[in-house]
Each structure stands twice: as structure tokens, then as C-alpha cells.
Design a protein around this ligand. Structure first.
Ligand SMILES: Cc1cc2nc3c(=O)[nH]c(=O)nc-3n(C[C@H](O)[C@H](O)[C@H](O)COP(=O)(O)O)c2cc1C
Length: 219
């Protein structure tokens, strides 16, 4: 498959079979992740794989702590985005949410499923936490995110489904305590991993991108 077609084929999967992906396939995809660009070849990342009891434990920690962590986050001052841009971003979010909700309603899917699924890694058999370390600028974080995207694409190429899980960074302090991880780690985010249930409406949610000219400027 053409590489650009593969990029477009990757999509967020929110309904997985119970089959655990083989360790060697996961390691192959993480090795691809590790070829991401990174500052002075420091490779400032760590990949923590959870399945079975460890994944259940993390999901429990998330479910127990998400509301409080999200409320703390909401108290933080709004970032300095111009009013116009903030409105535009909100409008894009509202459009995609309303399209998703009407699609799922039309398919008879339980709308609560996605929301609850976020606390449960969408019931995937495996979760991976992408971790980095504190640094004065955001370079380690940027590199870890580049590694995440490499992983998502490599996983797509191997027939795996993935979904980015934001609750991991939101609940990171509780997760680090609950899973006995070093306190100075930065949990960039999690990825749910497994094999997609092909015909599930949760995996067919309409996806769009703006015409690239709209978000591009040639100076
Ligand atoms: C930073 C970030 C956080 C995300 N968090 C979640 C999440 O917690 N749960 C979820 O189901 N999808 C999450 N996603 C996936 C987005 O919802 C998804 O990428 C977007 O709707 C576009 O759909 P696509 O990935 O199928 O192209 C996240 C994506 C990013 C980049």
C-alpha cells in the first residue's frame, strides 16, 4: 500500500476483539516508534505495556480518579488563544461531536458506550503508555509524540487497531501512584491496542479533515 494511503487508513478504533496482539508484533511496532526523530538522539521515551490484571488496574485507577483530575484541569487559566481562533476550534469540535452522535444514534449504538469506554481503554486487550521525562523545553514531549504516531502507523500496517487515550495524561499522578511508577515520569498518553471488530459502528464513525489549503499559508 502507498504510504500516504496507509496514513489515511489509520483511524481511531473503539471496539476490539479479545485477541491479545502477539508480543513480537508489538515489539516490531515499538521499534518503528523508536525511529522517530528525537533531540540529540537521546531517545527520551519509555513504552509501558499493560494487559490482563495490570490493564484492569490502570482502568480502575482512571475510573476512580478521572472526575477529580478533570475538575483540577478545568480550574487552570484558559490558554492564550485568540478569541476568533478559540471559537473556530470549538465550532470544529461541536461539528464533529454532533456528527458522531447522530451517526451512532442512527446505528442504534449506545451513546454512553464511547464515554465510558474512555475509562476502560475501549475494552482493548492491551494498552500502551508512552512515557517521557521532564525537560526544560518541550523537546522530550515532542519526540515521544512523534514516536506515538510512528507506532500508530506501524500498528495499522500490521492490521492492528489503535485509539489514543487522553485519560492517561489527565490521571497521571494517580496512575503513577497506583502502578508504582517513578514519580518523575511524564505519562504522555495511552494507546488502546488490539484487533478491530470490523463491522462495529464504533469503528465506522465518519472522519473528515479540512481542505488542506484552509490550514496552510505560503509566505
Ligand atoms: C491528544 C489526543 C487525545 C485523544 N484522546 C482520545 C480519547 O481519550 N478517547 C478517544 O476515543 N479518542 C481520543 N483521541 C482520538 C481522536 O478522537 C481522533 O483522533 C479524532 O476524532 C480523529 O479521528 P481519527 O483518529 O479516526 O482520524 C485523541 C486524539 C488525540 C490526538
Amino acid at each position: 500500500m502507498d504510504f500516504i494511503d496507509l496514513i489515511k487508513e489509520r483511524k481511531s478504533i473503539r471496539h476490539f476483539t479479545a485477541e491479545l496482539p502477539p508480543r513480537e508484533v508489538i515489539l516490531e511496532c515499538l521499534e518503528a516508534a523508536s525511529w522517530a526523530p528525537n533531540p540529540t538522539s537521546q531517545q527520551p521515551w519509555k513504552f509501558i505495556i499493560l494487559s490482563g490484571e495490570s490493564l484492569k488496574k490502570m482502568c480502575r485507577v482512571i475510573a476512580d480518579n478521572f472526575a477529580k483530575a478533570a475538575a483540577e484541569l478545568a480550574k487552570q487559566p484558559a490558554p492564550a488563544v485568540s478569541d476568533g481562533m478559540a471559537q473556530e476550534l470549538k465550532a470544529r469540535k461541536d461539528r464533529s461531536f454532533s456528527e458522531m452522535l447522530s451517526f451512532l444514534k442512527e446505528k442504534g449504538a449506545d451513546i454512553q458506550t464511547i464515554g465510558a469506554g474512555n475509562f476502560a481503554f475501549h475494552h482493548a486487550p492491551m494498552g500502551i503508555m508512552f512515557v517521557t521525562y521532564p525537560c526544560k523545553n518541550q523537546n522530550y514531549l515532542k519526540a515521544a509524540v512523534a514516536a506515538m504516531e510512528n507506532f500508530l502507523l506501524a500498528a495499522t500496517a500490521r492490521g492492528l487497531g489503535t485509539c489514543w487515550i487522553n485519560a492517561v495524561s489527565i490521571c497521571q499522578e494517580s496512575i503513577k501512584k497506583g502502578l508504582d511508577l517513578e514519580p518523575d515520569l511524564i505519562l504522555v498518553d495511552g494507546v488502546a491496542v488490539g484487533y478491530p471488530v470490523k463491522d462495529s459502528s464504533l469503528n465506522q464513525i465518519p472522519r473528515h479533515r479540512l481542505p488542506v489549503e484552509e490550514v496552510t499559508e505560503f509566505l
